[in-house]
Every structure is written in C-alpha cells, then in structure tokens.
Write a protein that binds this ligand. Structure first.
Ligand SMILES: *Cc1c(COP(=O)(O)O)cnc(C)c1O
Ligand SMILES: [Zn+2]
Length: 412
C-alpha cells in the first residue's frame, strides 16, 4: 500500500487530504479532477524494482504503489498483467523501427476498464461500502458489474434507456441492477452522482472518482516492467473521456518519480473525427475549463464523448510529454480492425483498433518518426462489438460439399 499524501486539483492546484474530498475539487467542480499523489521521496527509499520479485502476476503486483491498505483483499478475478507482444509486422506496415501491442482486451470483462473497477471495488470493500454505482452503457459498467459480482457486492448501473441491448445484457448477466434512465447519457451521469450522494453508494463515474486513474495507471507499470524498464519512445492511446491516457501518464509519472524509468514516453491520443473535442482544444490551445460540449458521433462508441470528463488531465498528458492528438475517420477505424488483427493476431473493438489507424496517421504526418519505437495500447476486445467487425471484412467463400468446389473457390 502507499499512503496518500494529498489529492491535488488538476485545474487550480489546490491540495486536499484524502479524507476531506471523495470526488472532484469543491472549487472547480466537475472539471477539477483530482490527482492522487504520494510521498515519492519516502517511497523511493522504501521500494525498488526488486520489491516486485515475489508479487503476483496481476495489477496487484504493484499494490505498494496503489491507494489500498496492505491487508486489503483484491477481488478474485485476475485483472492486469496482460500480454505485451512484439509486433514486427505491424512495425513494418506502419513504417516504423519497432512496435509492440499491449492487449488489455485480455482482461476478465474484455477491457482495460477492469483495472479501474477492481481498484474501486477493493476500496469499497476496505471501507465496508455495500453498494457501488456508475453511469455508463459500455465497458466501465461491464467492468464494475463483473468485478462486483466476483465479490458479491451490490452494483447499480444507470444507463440511458436508448442504450444498445447487447451491452445491457452483459450487465444483467453479471447480476447488476440496471436503471434505464429516460434521458441522455449526461442525465444518467448526473442522476447516478446525485443518487450516490444521497444514498451513500460509492460512485465510480469516470472523471468523478479520483481512484479510477490509480487502477488504470497499472497498465503503464506493466509496459515498463515487461520491456525491462526501457520504455518505448511513444505510447498510442485511444481517447474519449481522457481517463485512460491520464492513467497511462500517471503510471509513468509515478515510476519516474521513483527513479525506476529514465524518461516518460510521448503520449499520442487518438480521437475519432466525429468526437474530437480534445484534439480541437489541443490544436488551438483552449484551456480545459473553457471547452464547450460538442455533439459526438462515431462508430467507436467507447471513445464517443461530447465534453470529455477528464479533459484537463488528458490535455496535460499530451502537452507535458510533447505528444500529440490525432484524429481518424470511422472508415479508418473500421479498416484498422482487420489491419491490426492480421499483423498482430490481436482482435480489437473499434475504439481500441483506432490506435492502429492513429499510428498510421501520425507516421504519415510526421508526428511519429520512422526511427521511433511505438507501443499500441489495445484497450478492448473485438468480441465486444461483433457487428462492426463484420462490417470490416468481406464474407467467406461459399462452396458445395465437394473437393472440386473447394479447389474452384481457392483457384487451386
Ligand atoms: C473507455 C475506453 C476508451 C477510452 O477511454 P477514456 O478514458 O474514455 O478516454 C478506449 N477504448 C476502450 C475499449 C474503452 O473501453
Ligand atoms: Zn480546483
């Protein structure tokens, strides 16, 4: 466990004790997401990379750098320590020196969101909280429902009534109570937050709960450790609300503060053209506090966000690391599903495959240099959205049940 030194507002810089504030900065309100900071000089003297030697192969191997008590029991589902693959054919097709793929679709409910939900559930157990709740139609809700089911915790999910039935099915299978809100996603989000405040439930809403990032940062820890502490030049991350890229940044930041890595990679955020609020703000230097909501539309539902909840920190992650935002069209995203799968064997949902299209765009525009080493973070499993996968490929070859017909079809 790591003792929290302070919660610091990412917008105004005000510092709070962990006991004082549960969600966002009381002064800046929702835009003021809070960083969970530790006493790094002290940790530096207490820990080194050898500390990891006998730790389990999951996100909990980094428990000493997570905001949980040392006797906290981790939920039993095995979250994290997902595979990291060398991807020479992807590198070749992208025209870069070296590429790796980190497959977070291999997590128990199929996405990187499991890391955040596991930490939130662990903290809820630690505080004897009986009910956790979130508003989401997608992977965050599935992750919370799955992790809560693994420990028998009650979970209440708020979704817009118009949410896709398949996604709602995954929540119901895990036994979550699903409230279908007659309204928009924002209505569901606000209602969930209000219900949590009044009923004492623990709220996992993205950009409200400071601890989701602490779970997600473990993916950066793993990238560093799996590459023997030689971090890539560039990490490419798809971005909707901006909480994942913030987590990746925080993970590298922690390791850098500890002296376990020598530099922080450049972070490249990939947005869909139809949901590119952060790209636009980054491009014209708009401050997070002044961003206005846009109407977001993309096939990659997991990165559709009109006013990204973690906008302040997503902009900071890119600006501080000399990274960039790039945009890709829906057509490029769909095309990236087979391109990634065929060059690496990793099947990604649209929002996750977008990193391949984003890397392509970044190489073409010179944002990524040919001599750079690049890690593509795959955030979600392709089986999450089979319909879009079907759109990305031609059909099979129809044959009669005869060898002749097979030969004919294959031009043998
Ligand atoms: C949530 C999600 C993202 C985007 O993460 P943000 O924190 O919203 O930027 C990307 N890919 C997948 C698969 C996701 O589930
Ligand atoms: Zn503030």
């Amino acid at each position: 466990m790591a003792d929290i030194l302070e919660l610091r507002c990412s917008v105004c810089g005000r510092s709070y004790q962990a006991k004082e504030v549960t969600y966002t900065c009381p002064v800046c309100r929702p835009v003021g997401t809070l960083d969970v900071l530790y006493d790094y000089p002290a940790l530096r003297t207490q820990l080194d990379r050898e500390t990891l030697r006998n730790q389990p192969y999951s996100m909990w191997r980094y428990k000493m750098l997570l905001p949980v008590l040392s006797d906290t029991e981790a939920p039993p589902l095995r979250v994290g320590f997902t595979p990291l693959y060398d991807a020479p054919r992807a590198a070749e097709s992208l025209g870069i020196y070296r590429a790796w793929v980190k497959d977070d679709g291999a997590n128990p409910t199929g996405s990187l969101k499991d890391r955040a939900s596991a930490l939130v559930v662990a903290r809820a157990m630690q505080q004897s909280i009986a009910v956790v709740s979130t508003a989401s139609t997608g992977n965050a809700a599935a992750a919370l429902a799955g992790l809560a089911a693994s420990v028998g915790m009650k979970v209440i999910i708020f979704v817009p009534a118009a949410a896709p039935e398949a996604k709602i099915a995954q929540l119901l299978v895990y036994g979550a109570t699903v409230l279908l809100v007659e309204g928009t996603y924002d209505d569901a989000f606000d209602l969930c937050y209000a219900a949590c405040q009044s009923e004492g439930w623990y709220c996992r809403n993205t950009g409200i709960n400071p601890y989701t990032v602490e779970g997600k940062k473990t993916v950066a820890f793993e990238i560093a450790e799996q590459l023997n502490w030689n971090v890539p030049d560039v990490v490419v991350v798809s971005v909707g609300d901006g909480n994942i890229i913030t987590g990746v940044h925080k993970g590298f930041y922690d390791l850098y503060q500890l002296g376990w890595i020598e530099r922080i990679p450049r972070l490249i955020g990939v947005q869909a053209e139809g949901s590119a609020a952060l790209f636009a703000a980054w491009k014209d230097g708009t401050r997070a506090e002044n961003m206005q909501p846009i109407a977001a539309h993309t096939v990659a539902d997991s990165i559709s966000a009109g006013l990204p909840r973690d906008r302040a920190r997503a902009l900071r992650a890119v600006r501080q690391t000399q990274g960039a935002f790039v945009t890709v069209s829906d057509k490029q995203i769909i095309g990236a599903i087979p391109a990634l799968a065929r060059s690496t064997g990793v099947f990604a949902e649209p929002a996750a495959a977008a990193v391949f299209a984003g890397a392509q765009a970044a190489v073409q525009s010179g944002v990524i240099g040919a001599a750079e080493s690049v890690l593509l973070l795959v955030t979600g499993n392709g089986l999450k959205d089979v319909r879009r996968a079907q759109e990305s490929v031609a059909g099979g070859l129809r044959v009669q049940p005869t060898l002749d017909s097979v030969r004919q079809a294959l031009n043998l």
